[in-house]
Design a binder for this molecule. Structure first.
Ligand code: 4FV
Length: 259
């Protein structure tokens, strides 16, 4: 995958591309990344890339001309690319989007700074707007790195067999089960026995129950977004029975929905 990042701080990506799985992905040409400096596309003597906002208000806005020139240069280098603006106004990035993007031949990521970029850029140069979450960053670079990291590890061949993405959080729409490694007892806390049995079916069952419980407690919204498997319903029903035994049957909600 060709990855072009447009930013005022290309040096921020030097370290990002040259460590760990990102570095291996570059060396094995699973990704061919480059960071372009938007300031190089500002034609005026002082290479100005920002200006005061029309309508007044605090802060500065990124000027359209240098950004448009930078985007067109990037699109000329990667004609098949999706051009993605990192912005809090975008679609909230998640594992499903990451999986979709991992199949693309090329992406161009536009990193804003200041209060944001002139909105006229989104008209015909930007194909997608992505947000990494409902909070405001000082720049789009950290968001772009999060997207590149999550997408690159899903490109076939990037993650070796050992650390495949199959069992990822969210790969089945649930939070991941807990992980343990040696020592078997750490500061008095033992590893769950079943994990030491080598009994794969029982281990898979334990991991599914642990994922379900974690998701039920930490992210019940995720459970409402997906269909439950027969095995998951079986587990939840058993917990429901245990809870009913503990609490007694729930009072009949007036006209409530029965599963
Ligand atoms: C952001 C986000 C984000 C907004 C103004 C950069 C900042 C500044 N990008 N997901 N959340 N961007 O906060 O992607 O230009």
């Amino acid at each position: 995958m060709q990855i072009l990042v447009l930013t005022l701080f290309p040096e921020m990506f030097d370290a990002f591309w040259s460590h760990g799985i990102m570095r291996k992905a570059v060396e094995q040409t699973h990704i061919t990344p480059a960071a372009l400096n938007i300031r190089d596309f500002a034609r005026d003597r002082h290479h100005v890339t920002d200006d005061r906002p029309y309508g007044g208000g605090n802060g500065m806005v990124m000027k359209p001309e240098p950004l448009a020139a930078a985007i067109r240069a990037a699109q000329a280098r990667a004609p098949a690319a999706r051009t993605i603006l990192m912005t809090p106004q975008g679609r909230v990035f998640n594992q499903v989007i990451a999986r979709e993007m991992a199949a693309l031949p090329a992406i161009i990521l536009v990193c804003g700074r200041y209060e944001g970029v002139d909105d006229r850029l989104s008209r015909d140069l930007i194909t997608d707007e992505l947000s990494i979450g409902d909070y405001v960053l000082t720049g789009g670079e950290v968001a772009a790195m999060a997207v590149v990291d999550a997408v690159t590890r899903l490109i076939p061949g990037v993650l070796g067999g050992a650390d495949s993405a199959e069992h990822d959080s969210f790969s089945n729409g649930l939070l991941e089960h807990p992980h343990y490694t040696r020592p078997p007892v750490f500061e008095g806390a033992a590893v769950p026995d079943v994990l030491l049995t080598g009994h794969h079916h029982n281990i898979e069952r334990w991991r599914l129950e642990a994922s379900l419980m974690r998701t039920l407690v930490n992210r019940p919204d995720l459970l409402l977004e997906r269909a439950l498997t027969a095995e998951e319903i079986d587990i939840l029903r058993r917990w429901q029975t245990d809870l009913n035994r503990l609490l007694g049957p729930p009072p009949e909600p007036a006209g409530g929905r029965k599963r």
